[in-house]
Design a protein around this ligand. Structure first.
Ligand code: TMP
Length: 205
C-alpha cells in the first residue's frame, strides 16, 4: 500500500509519518519511509540544488522539472520495488506537493503540471493521501517558534505564497477521493488515531 502525507510547511506531517510507521510495525507489517525531494543518491543531490538558499535565481520551470526529476528516480528506484515486495510505502510529500506548490504557489498552468506529474509518477498513484491542514498564520507561528531551525529556499516564502499552496491542496482534495483532509490543529495523538482509522478502513484489517 502506498500512502502519502501532504500539507504546507510546519503542518506536522513528518511526525505523523513516523507514528504511522510505528503503528504498522506493531501490527507486523513491513514499512518503508521516504521523503521528497530525496530518497535516492541522485534525488538527494537534486534536493540540495532545490533547497539551497543561494539559488535565488532558480527559475520556476527549472524548479518544477527538478522536483519531478527527483521523483521520477525515486519511483523507479525505490517506490515500485518496495510496493512489489508488499511493503507499506509512506512518503513525506509526493506529486500533490508539485500541484500545490508549483501549480498554485508558483502559478504554473495546471495543464503542464498534470503532464509533468504523470510522466514522473507513472503508475505509482498513492492509495491514500493525508492532507494535514493548518492555517498559514499557524504555520508562521510554528516557524518563528523554531527559530533555531535553518529555513530552506522555499520555507522563506511569504504568507501569500502559502495561502495559494493551501488553496491548491483544497482544490485537489475536492477532486481526488484518495485525499483525506485532517485538521492539523488537533493534538498529535488525535491526528494519529484519525489516520490509523482511515488506513484500517482502507485495508480492512
Ligand atoms: P520538506 O520541507 O517537507 O522536506 O519539503 C521541502 C520543500 O520543498 C517544502 O517547502 C515543499 C517544497 N516542495 C515543492 O515545492 N514541490 C514539490 O514537489 C515537493 C516534493 C516539495
Amino acid at each position: 500500500m502506498f500512502i502519502t502525507f501532504e500539507g504546507i510547511d510546519f503542518c506536522g506531517k513528518s511526525t505523523q509519518v513516523k507514528l504511522l510507521k510505528e503503528y504498522l510495525e506493531r501490527k507486523g507489517k513491513t514499512v518503508k519511509i521516504i521523503r521528497e525531494p530525496g530518497g535516492t543518491e541522485i534525488s538527494e543531490k537534486i534536493r540540495e540544488i532545490l533547497l539551497d538558499k543561494k539559488h535565488l535565481n532558480l527559475t520556476i520551470e527549472t524548479e518544477i522539472l527538478l522536483f519531478s526529476a527527483s521523483r521520477a528516480q525515486l519511483v523507479r528506484e525505490v517506490i515500485q520495488p518496495y510496493l512489489e515486495k508488499d511493503y507499506y510505502v509512506l512518503s513525506d510529500r509526493f506529486h500533490d506537493s508539485t500541484t500545490a506548490y508549483q501549480g498554485f504557489g508558483r502559478e504554473i498552468p495546471l495543464a503542464f503540471v498534470k503532464q509533468i506529474n504523470n510522466l514522473a509518477i507513472g503508475n505509482a498513484v498513492p492509495d491514500l493521501t493525508f492532507f494535514i491542514d493548518i492555517p498559514t498564520d499557524e504555520a508562521e507561528r510554528r516557524k518563528n517558534k523554531n527559530s533555531l531551525v535553518e529555513l530552506d529556499r522555499i520555507e522563506i516564502s511569504k504568507n501569500d505564497f502559502y495561502e495559494r499552496v493551501r488553496k491548491g491542496y483544497f482544490y485537489l482534495a475536492e477532486k481526488e477521493k484518495r485525499i483525506i483532509v485532517v485538521n492539523g490543529l488537533h493534538d498529535i495523538s488525535t491526528i494519529n488515531n484519525e489516520i490509523i482509522t482511515e488506513v484500517e478502513k482502507f485495508e480492512k484489517f
